[in-house]
Design a protein around this ligand. Structure first.
Ligand code: AHM
Ligand code: MG
Length: 331
């Protein structure tokens, strides 16, 4: 059995930054993931389910576990002396760690501590998504520009899915690898090496309750997916409303995830920096494509910490097909 730590050390030649830093970062991420796993697993027994009664910067209801996960990840990352700044979905502004210390050679982490948290109360998979950069100018102090880097600059991205098992999936630009937590001893073991989208892809994932709010291109693509007798039959629809859960299934089983702009969310719903960029990095490393319909997600220049974007990710051929529909019917 191959642990995450051993795997990182054995693959250090593929990582162009300090391996000690990567190990320390993962030490923080693993610890926080295990604490969240434990809390999520017993959520029905504790008073930790339901809304906290507060809303976040985007005006959305925060769940009690959103808070818990945010605090656990922030504290764990803070204590490693390797992270100089953190931005979280649950916090309006970025957080500076150790203001007085030099930030050179330290890392910026952007995180959605508990994505899909509206699913907590009904026992559906939820996840943590993380994205890591070096500071932009390697200056002596942090500015917003350190956080507003385009996704192609990520040096590490990943997610933890709290599902039927807890799995940590990551990439540093050398393929995508998944590690399953053995909760009895608290160790992540390699279970999904070199994840790639399969050759045959037949799933489409979109909240089609929003159908009347979609553009023509998206509507036509949904009809294309549903058409009989093409390539052996129609695609199958799978959507649980949890990005990490929907994406993880689609990467393993073969499918496209779509959260387009709607009249309700004219800029899309998902957040570029801590949801779409890390999933896009993983998508590309798994042989797929991630786009806003017109442009590669990883090339979008961010202007705001919490900015949203339409998001399409999945196997190359499916995403390109949808981009063609958008080009032909929406432009
Ligand atoms: P959240 O960050 O508030 O949890 O929202 C993000 C989630 C994604 O996980 C999921 O794909 C999407 O919102 C579902 O949205 P909808 O319920 O509109 O389909
Ligand atoms: Mg989220």
């Amino acid at each position: 059995m191959y642990t995450l730590g051993e795997f990182i050390i054995d693959n250090k030649k593929y990582f162009s930054h300090s391996i000690e830093s990567l190990l320390r970062l993962f030490s923080a991420i693993k610890l926080a993931a295990k604490a969240v796993h434990k809390e999520v697993n017993k959520a029905g027994l504790t008073k930790n389910i339901g809304s906290s009664g507060k809303t976040n910067i985007q005006g959305e209801q925060q769940q009690k576990l959103d808070f818990f996960a945010h605090n656990i990840f922030i504290n764990s990352l803070k204590n490693r002396d390797i992270v100089c700044g953190i931005a979280s979905e649950e916090s309006k502004d970025f957080i500076i760690i150790n203001k007085k210390e030099n930030i050179k050679d330290k890392y910026i982490v952007l995180i959605d501590p508990l994505d899909g948290s509206s699913n907590i109360d009904v026992n559906v998979p939820i996840g943590t998504i993380f994205s890591v950069y070096k500071s932009k100018y390697n200056n002596d102090f942090l500015t917003i520009d350190d956080f507003l880097q385009n996704g192609s600059k990520q040096i590490l991205a990943g997610y933890i899915i709290y599902g039927s098992s807890t799995i940590l999936v990551y990439t540093t630009g050398n393929g995508v690898h998944g590690f399953t937590l053995d909760p009895s001893i608290g160790t992540f073991y390699l279970s999904h090496p070199d994840l790639m989208f399969p050759d045959e892809n037949k799933i489409y994932s979109i909240n089609d309750g929003n159908y009347i709010k979609f553009s023509n291109g998206i509507k036509k693509y949904i009809k294309y997916c549903q058409k009989e007798k093409r390539n052996g039959g129609p695609y199958t629809a799978r959507y649980i409303g949890s990005l990490v859960g929907d994406f993880h299934r689609n990467m393993i089983r073969g499918g496209i995830y779509i959260y387009p702009q709607t009249s309700l969310h004219p800029k899309g719903k998902l957040r570029l920096l801590y949801e779409c960029n890390p999933i896009a990095f993983i998508t590309e490393q798994a042989g797929g494509k991630a786009s806003n319909g017109y442009k590669r997600i990883l090339e979008i220049e961010p202007i705001d910490l919490h900015q949203r974007t339409p998001f399409i990710c999945g196997p190359m051929n499916m995403v390109s097909k949808l981009e063609n529909f958008i080009k032909n019917y929406d432009e």
